[in-house]
Structure formats: C-alpha cells, structure tokens
Design a binder for this molecule. Structure first.
Ligand SMILES: NC(=O)c1ccc[n+]([C@@H]2O[C@H](COP(=O)([O-])OP(=O)(O)OC[C@H]3O[C@@H](n4cnc5c(N)ncnc54)[C@H](OP(=O)(O)O)[C@@H]3O)[C@@H](O)[C@H]2O)c1
Length: 341
C-alpha cells in the first residue's frame, strides 16, 4: 500500500525536504506499524538538513506519536489502537548509555524518522501516551521532554527546593521549566525577548532575565539567589553562554550540558574555575526508554501539558522547519500527521 513520506537530502537545507510517496514498510516479527498523528521538530532536524551533504535521502524527525494499526508476530507489548510515542534511541531501553545503544537515533539517517504517514518500529522502542495528552502534545516528549527530564533529574539530580537556571524559551528549556515547577524547584529563565519572558512567568518562572538588555545575566542570576548561584544550569546555549553559566551556578553546583544553540561549542573553558568551585559538568544525551517512561508517568500524574507554540499541517512541513529556524517560538513546533492516513 502506498503512503506519503518526507525525504530530506542531507545538507540541502530546508529546501531539500521533499514530500513523496512510497510503499508502506513491511511489519516484521516483534515490530508494530504506527499511523503517525503528530511530529515535533527539534534543532537537530535543522542541523542535519543544513549539515554536510552526501548519503542517500532519508526521512527526518525523531519525535512523533500515533496509534498502532498493525502488530507483527510475537508482539506482546502493544495492541491495535494503542496510542504510543517513539523513543529517540530505539536500542537504548534502560541503564546507562552505551555506544551500541546510542549509535543511531530516529530520523538521523541511519534509521528512518517520523515525518511519514506510517512508520514501523520495534515494539520495545515505544512508550504509551499519557491518557490526558493529545497526539500533538505527546509528540514533544521523545527528544525535548526526555532531554529536559534527564538534565534535571538524572544528570542534574535536582531535588525539590533547589534552584535551576534555564536558558532561552526553546523546546528543551520550556519543557524543563514546566517539569521544574511541577517538581517544586525554583526556576530562573533567561530570554532575548520580554514577551517570551512574560510567557515564562505565566508558566511559573520565579525570576526572569532578558539576556540582551542584561548581557551580564550571570550576575543577575547570582543576585536572584542571594549571591550564591543556582544549584543547576540546564545549558542549551554552548559557545555564548557556557562560561557565564559556570559563574551563575553555585559552588558545588552542576551544569547539565545539553546543546549549543547560541552557535556551537567553539569555546575555551577555564578548568581551574571548575576545580576552585567544585562544579560538575554533566553531559546529557537525550535519554533511554526508561527515562521516557518516567517522564510519561510524571506528566500523567501532574497533568502537565507541554507548550506547543504552533501547529502546521503535514503538507506544510517546510514552513514548520522555516518557522523553527526563525526562532520566534516558545516551546515546541509541531507538524500534524496526514489527514488521509
Ligand atoms: N544533548 C541532547 O541530547 C540534546 C537534546 C535536545 C536538544 N539538544 C540541543 O539543545 C539546544 C536547544 O534545543 P531546542 O530544541 O530547545 O532548541 P530551540 O527550541 O530551537 O530553542 C532555541 C532557543 O534558544 C535560545 N537561545 C539562543 N541563543 C541563546 C543565548 N545566547 N542565550 C540563551 N538562550 C539562547 C532562544 O531563546 P529566546 O528566543 O527565548 O532568547 C531560542 O529561541 C540545541 O543546541 C539542540 O541541538 C541537545
């Protein structure tokens, strides 16, 4: 049976995204076919589109949710009609990351992604959608949500009453803000925009700082924390923010290293500053299925609803990519599954 699917020519930019038709993949033993109902976009999807060219076109996007429409022989975790979300690394179910488990993520070229009418995935690479979420909300969990969960509670080991600094109002940071508030943390949020900071306030941010009008924002963070600095920074900025994040964290604090949205990682770190203030730099690599299950359970228990900035129809995926690239969003940008699926 034919189905609609996006293919991306690596390095061709957003213009390299093409909607085409192909035969639906066959469901093998231990696999399930999912009708994709929503996909959410991440910086990684943009980075891959704009990165080095070469290789065969592939289906982009790691993050999606949908319903099970067919199960292969031996499938015992899912039934037709179940609502599921994909996990970023199908081979990383639990425990610490290993090179084998994290060798390939969905939509990265080695494995097909979710921007398709239907996908086939191994049964162990799925998590049940929290019942109160619709598919568009559920599609934001696999990368942004799980990364925020890992950065706060696994790598960051945050506990109630502690303070956390969140940089900007993109997908990971807004997820982290919502989780932090639901878990009883004090959240300080930076942004380039006062309007976005007002949204952060409405989501429960305890203090907000405009990093454009206040370029020495690390000092403002210290003032907000009685001169000590925060217990944890969820560091999504990289080049333009990491050194200031070290100053914004308390002695003995943790900087959960997530990304380089300010322009990559070309940076010189002052190692003695880390020693002198006994700080921990903790790398965060999305997360395992176990973490996705923890996140789904927490989301259900707290009735948390992830922030979706804007939705696009399936046929508008290029516009959705352009919109994400423009940086005007707060939270997540979502592409709906095809209506005719
Ligand atoms: N390690 C992992 O497993 C992992 C997982 C997911 C994402 N990431 C990485 O994490 C980063 C964030 O991803 P995302 O999906 O949340 O991106 P996103 O939704 O596109 O977020 C972009 C936002 O980052 C903020 N920003 C940009 N420059 C900044 C600066 N100098 N200081 C503070 N904030 C700044 C801006 O917020 P304002 O507009 O409010 O200023 C911008 O809107 C990316 O580099 C991504 O590749 C890594």
């Amino acid at each position: 049976m034919a189905m609609r699917i996006y293919r991306l020519r690596r390095g061709a930019g957003i213009e390299g995204l093409e909607l085409t038709t192909t035969d639906a993949p066959v469901v093998g033993p231990g696999e399930v076919r999912i009708r994709v109902r929503a996909v959410s976009l991440n910086q990684r999807d943009l980075n891959l589109a704009r990165g080095a060219s070469g290789g065969d076109p592939y289906t982009p996007c790691s993050d999606g949710a949908g319903e099970v429409v067919e199960v292969g022989a031996g499938v015992d975790r899912w039934r037709i009609g179940d609502r599921v979300l994909a996990t970023f690394y199908p081979a990383w179910t639990d425990g610490p990351p290993s090179e084998a488990a994290t060798a390939a993520g969905l939509g990265g070229g080695a494995l097909p992604g979710m921007l398709a009418e239907k996908v086939v995935l191994p049964q162990q690479a799925l998590v049940a959608v929290p019942p109160h979420l619709h598919f568009e909300e559920a599609a934001t969990l696999p990368c942004a949500g799980v990364t925020a969960w890992n950065a706060l509670f696994r790598a960051g080991r945050a506990t109630a009453g502690q303070s956390v600094l969140l940089l900007g109002t993109g997908g990971v940071s807004v997820w982290a803000l919502q989780l932090a508030k639901a878990a009883g943390l004090r959240a300080i949020v930076t942004s380039s925009s006062d309007a976005k900071l007002a949204v952060a306030r409405s989501l429960g941010a305890d203090a907000v700082i405009n990093y454009r009008s206040e370029p020495r924002w690390h000092e403002a963070v210290r003032r907000e924390t009685g001169g000590c600095g925060v217990d944890l920074v969820v560091e999504v900025g990289g080049r333009d923010t990491l050194v200031q994040s070290l100053s914004a964290a308390r002695a003995g604090g943790t900087i959960a290293l997530v990304g380089g949205v300010s322009g990559g990682f070309g940076i010189e770190l002052p190692p003695f500053a880390l020693i002198d203030r006994a700080q921990t730099l903790a790398g965060v690599l999305v997360g395992s299925r176990e973490m996705a299950q923890e996140l789904a359970a927490f989301t259900e228990l707290t009735r948390l609803r992830p922030v979706i900035d804007r939705r696009f129809r399936f046929e508008q995926a290029c516009e959705a990519f352009e919109y994400l690239a423009g940086g005007g969003h707060v939270g997540k940008v979502v592409v709906q599954g095809p209506e005719s699926a």
